[in-house]
Design a protein around this ligand. Structure first.
Ligand SMILES: [Zn+2]
Length: 484
């Protein structure tokens, strides 16, 4: 257990002991009740989606791409109570389990996007729906994407229609530290971020390098330069380190007190939600997702991470990742990138189509992400573009390798690879039935299952919700109303 988690758990004990033994100390009243607040990292898990998932189904006779290196030309996937029980050939359905004949189709794991703002930049794109950047200060680690996530965003069902079953919802990149991300599953009909939360997924922390924080804060007190950016990051981690040290000191003193080695209970550390997030990063409980384009800046951020004792889980956008592929491989840092999107600003200038292939060649972890509610609908074809660009320069990449760029590698970056990202026994029954090879330009997701439950069927309008927000709006009128 980490220090922050231990502290939260020991607080109840502190309050009890303090009130019985040392009534004149102040610790038993104010601070413990503050610190007994639910931990933000845990509070998103207790609710479950209102639509029951966890059904059983046998998908038969498909080309099965498992994202583990194994592809079956004519295989079956058996899901029982939402969990993959078997992947193989000639499987028989247990009694009462529905069979889906997928002959001629291709089956893959549900796709996972490591970078989405759906729900926090919901459609229609009104200012009223701009909930992704808490752009009031360059460092806002206390903000949480789950508190701004609107699960009725009509963009979400369109992503599911593209075969995506899970995504990381991130704060935007205006800030050096934008806050916590949340990992969601696209369960149907969820009403809150808590219901959508990917069971057990850790929170992320969004960081940003380069032009965005400079642009947003250059005239508002800074940072105004890349020097200022890094100084701001370092200051935040110094504060986080000090907070952690204070928590550890408190814990030691509390131990002494409970062993009777000191007379008075120690004063608890006032809870700071922002510093708690940074402390969680240093302790490895919260994963850093770092928006960063240029190789030089990524190297600076990697050395800063080393200095403070954590690893950057994934760089995002990373158009120059290919220049530091061996370093990324050695550090165990993934790169969430686009197939061929660059050149839209100076720091995004040196992109190449072979970025993913060169990362793959170096043994690093490429991931194709969207950062777009449109791109997320075609992640499979984005991965295909990156795969073919690599093959053109002679890098040997199998279809299964490229599939991992949108499934298992993404699951790893989000800390859910033990339960998702491949078609393997014991993992969640999240899968897509495609009409053809998913890397074809003609590919369409025909059916999408989340934990064994059919959540999208191209032939069944009942699985294609149309919300009041996707029937067409007069945006100008709505924006005008918003201004009043
Ligand atoms: Zn983004």
């Amino acid at each position: 257990m980490t220090t922050t988690a231990r502290i939260v758990r020991t607080l109840g004990l502190a309050a009890t002991v303090a009130s019985s033994a040392c009534a004149h100390t102040r610790s038993q009243t104010t601070a413990p009740s503050e610190q007994a607040l639910p931990d933000p990292g845990d509070s998103s898990t207790p609710l479950r989606p209102p639509v029951r998932v966890g059904a059983s189904v046998l998908v038969k006779s498909a080309r099965v791409m498992t994202a583990t290196g194994l592809t079956l030309d004519e295989g079956d996937v058996l899901i029982v109570d939402g969990v993959i029980q078997e992947v193989g050939e000639n499987l028989t359905a247990p009694e009462g389990v529905a069979v889906v004949d997928a002959r001629g189709k291709t089956v893959t794991p549900g796709l996972i996007d490591t970078h989405s703002h759906m729900g926090v930049y919901a459609s229609p794109g009104l200012r009223a729906h701009s909930d992704g950047n808490e752009a009031v200060a360059p460092t806002t680690p206390y903000a949480r994407a789950q508190d701004g996530y609107w699960p009725q965003d009509p963009q979400i069902p369109w992503a599911v229609a593209g075969g995506v079953t899970s995504a990381q919802i991130l704060p935007g990149s205006a800030n050096l530290i934008g806050g916590r991300s949340t990992v969601v599953k696209f369960y149907p009909h969820v009403r809150s971020a808590a219901e959508a939360h990917f069971p057990g997924a850790p929170d992320g922390m969004k960081m940003a390098c380069g032009e965005n924080p400079k642009r947003v804060y250059g005239d508002k007190g800074g940072p105004q330069t890349r020097m200022g950016n890094v100084a701001g990051h370092r200051r935040a981690f110094e504060d986080g380190k000090n907070y952690l040290r204070a928590l550890r000191r408190y814990e030691e003193e509390l131990d002494k007190y409970t062993r009777g080695e000191r007379d008075e209970a120690p004063d608890p550390v006032d809870r700071d939600l922002g510093l708690e997030t940074i402390a969680g990063v240093i302790e490895g409980d919260i994963f850093v997702h770092n928006h960063c384009y240029r190789a030089d800046e990524m190297l600076i951020m990697m050395s800063l991470a080393k200095e403070y004792g954590f690893t950057i889980r994934s760089f995002h956008h990373a158009v120059e990742a290919y220049k530091i592929a061996p370093e990324l491989a050695a550090a165990g840092t993934a790169a969430s990138i686009w197939a061929d999107w660059w050149g839209f600003k100076a720091e995004a200038f040196d992109g190449i189509r072979e970025n993913a292939a060169l990362l793959f060649l170096a043994g690093a972890r490429p991931i194709i992400h969207s950062d777009s509610a449109i791109g997320i609908q075609r992640l499979n074809q984005e991965a295909a573009k990156a795969m073919y660009a690599g093959r053109r320069i002679g890098v040997e990449i199998s279809d299964d390798d490229a599939l991992r760029w949108i499934t298992s590698n993404a699951a790893w970056a989000l800390g859910v690879d033990e339960v998702a990202g491949t078609l393997s026994p014991g993992k969640m029954g999240d899968l897509v039935i495609w009409n053809t090879n998913p890397f074809s330009v003609y590919a369409k997701a025909e059916q999408v299952f989340i934990e064994g439950t059919l959540v999208y069927d191209r032939d069944d309008p009942a699985t294609q919700p149309t919300t009041d927000f996707s029937v067409g709006w007069d945006l100008k009128a709505a924006q005008g109303a918003n201004d009043q």
